[in-house]
Write a protein that binds this ligand. Structure first.
Ligand SMILES: [Zn+2]
Length: 119
């Protein structure tokens, strides 16, 4: 009889963590390849997702595979301890370590000069 309960979650924990969970991801392939070192499997990106079997999936910028899941998804699945552990790993490292995608480190490169395929 308390159907309204689920929409009235206290936000205190969320605001304390201040992570935009929908933009944080874990790559299970990278996790496996790095001896389950979460710091090497977590990434943060706001890049557009790709559709895999009709579901939007974030492509891993490290390995290029799609075996990823956002913190928000994990949270939605009720895997709170997993999310907690991942966020703990995030806080232990400088943030730029996880921003694999949107930190172009080649400022001197020849402007925006796309190579066109075909003639
Ligand atoms: Zn990966």
């Amino acid at each position: 009889m308390d159907a309204s309960f689920q929409t009235q979650n206290p936000m205190s924990i969320l605001s304390r963590l201040r992570l935009d969970r929908e933009n944080w991801f874990i790559c299970y392939d990278c996790l496996g390849e790095n001896d389950h070192d979460e710091a090497k499997a977590i990434f943060h990106t706001k890049a557009a997702k790709i559709l895999v079997l009709g579901r939007p999936i974030q492509q891993c910028p490290r390995c290029g595979k799609n075996n990823t899941k956002s913190f928000a998804e994990l949270k939605a699945e009720g895997r709170d301890s997993t999310v907690w552990g991942l966020e703990r790993a995030v806080k232990k490292h400088p943030r730029q370590q996880f921003e694999v995608n949107d930190s172009p480190k080649s400022p001197g490169l020849s402007q925006d000069n796309p190579t066109r395929v075909g003639s």
